[in-house]
Design a protein around this ligand. Structure first.
Ligand SMILES: Nc1ncnc2c1ncn2[C@@H]1O[C@H](COP(=O)(O)OP(=O)(O)OP(=O)(O)O)[C@@H](O)[C@H]1O
Ligand SMILES: [Mg+2]
Length: 227
């Protein structure tokens, strides 16, 4: 298998709305290897979330190819696509997407239950991951009973619990105070020792500097800007 967990070739993405075409990504070519924390920066509206959604297979490219762990993702059956998502990719959404009828603990445990793990095992492990993001005191709170930053940390724990090779994080520290952002970021840095890729879209330049390198997205192009 290729040493790259993610291979992107000639990727184009455009949206059509009311006869208006928005070209977001233009001929992006990129290979991402494991064991790296990568920052993705770019102005608001430049396409960072669009790019992460394509990598998470939640949306389809207009043109071009994305391979995930050696699997080409064009023309996949729904089953195979869901299997790749389940086994390989986790995403932390910009707006959290927590399930409002479930507690913090249950929200974090659900990805394991979906993977056929038992309720008790899933809940135990969820507790451990919520501890990592300093939320032991909020296990049984519903999302509406949590602050924005707490919700964000639940979403982070939820994305980490399934221990996928690829973690896509869309502004994961946007609602966090200084200390929690630093802690979450150091946790991401630890994950690269497990040979994962952590790709983090962020407007926070200070945190971006701590990544192994930065990808800069502007005018539809993605460039690697430092090592
Ligand atoms: N479903 C859609 N239909 C039409 N246009 C869209 C759609 N989704 C995104 N866009 C457009 O694509 C562009 C990129 O949006 P995207 O959300 O990827 O930006 P971003 O870099 O994540 O911005 P931010 O930093 O504000 O989160 C924007 O101009 C947006 O209006
Ligand atoms: Mg975004």
């Amino acid at each position: 298998m290729s040493k790259f967990l993610i291979e992107i070739k000639k990727l184009d993405k455009q949206f059509e709305n009311n006869n208006l075409t928005v070209k977001v990504l233009k001929d992006v070519n990129l290979n991402l290897e494991s064991g790296k924390v990568i920052a993705l920066i770019g102005p608001s509206g430049s396409g960072k979330s669009t790019f992460l959604h394509l990598l998470a297979l939640l949306d389809k490219p207009t043109k071009g190819k994305i391979s995930i762990l050696g699997n080409s993702t064009s023309n996949l059956s729904e089953n195979k696509k869901n299997q790749i998502i389940r086994d390989c990719v986790s995403i932390i959404f910009q707006n959290n997407n927590l399930l409002s009828d479930f507690t913090a603990l249950e929200n974090v445990a659900i990805p394991l239950m979906i993977r056929d793990k038992s309720y008790n095992f899933s809940i135990k492990k969820a507790e451990k991951f919520l501890k990592e993001v300093n939320l032991t005191h909020r296990l049984n709170h519903f999302p509406s009973e949590l602050s924005g930053g707490e919700q964000q940390r639940v979403a982070i724990a939820r994305s980490l619990i399934s221990e996928t090779k690829i973690i896509l994080a869309d502004e994961p520290t946007g609602n966090l105070d200084y200390e929690n952002s630093q802690e979450v970021f150091s946790y991401f840095l630890k994950l690269k020792e497990k040979n994962k890729i952590v790709l983090i879209a962020t407007h926070n330049r200070e945190l971006a500097k701590k990544a192994d390198y930065t990808l800069s997205l502007s005018n539809g192009n993605i460039k690697r800007i430092n090592d």
